[in-house]
Design a protein around this ligand. Structure first.
Ligand code: FES
Length: 159
């Protein structure tokens, strides 16, 4: 097993067992529900955005280990960021997961999230990893819900 693959598995398992920012924000002013109809999994995101900054963010719901780990790391990565910076990361994560962004280039802000670069070679898992990010995009744009299928498909949108 390569070091990267081993690290990927360890990080996914750790965040799946102990998801960070799991729960809901009591005084949230942004919400969105994300669904993957293919498996029935869903996550619910709540955030408090003040002066264009994500002050608090949390998620709950049910998802596979990749989805949960992606949500856990996503919440940690965007907490304290501006809305614009978070949207940039949404685009970058989508690009990395679908193979249009090279994770080894210096031209992104994904940091530890590079661990998910391998999902681009696992088509059935791309939507698992992207679901939390697409839900974040919906919440930042005051959309109540998104689906990984159909018009709102994050993969198809950027094919
Ligand atoms: Fe449902 Fe991954 S299998 S989100």
């Amino acid at each position: 097993m390569t070091d990267m693959r081993q690290l990927y598995q360890e990080v996914i398992l750790d965040h799946n067992r102990k998801p960070r920012n799991f729960g809901s924000i009591p005084d949230a002013n942004r919400h969105a529900d994300g669904h993957n109809p293919l498996c029935g999994d869903h996550i619910k995101l709540s955030m408090n955005v003040q002066d264009d900054k994500i002050e608090a963010i949390a998620f709950e719901g049910h998802g596979c280990a990749i989805c949960k780990a992606s949500a856990s790391m996503m919440t940690g990565a965007v907490k304290g960021k501006s809305v614009q910076d978070a949207e940039t990361m949404v685009e970058e994560f989508r690009g990395m997961s679908t193979g249009t962004l090279d994770p080894d280039s210096a031209d992104h802000h994904l940091g530890k999230l590079k661990i998910f670069a391998g999902v681009k070679d696992l088509p059935s898992r791309v939507k698992c990893a992207i679901l939390p990010w697409h839900t974040l995009h919906a919440a930042l744009n005051s959309e109540a819900s998104i689906s990984t299928e159909g018009e709102a498909d994050p993969v198809n949108d950027h094919a």
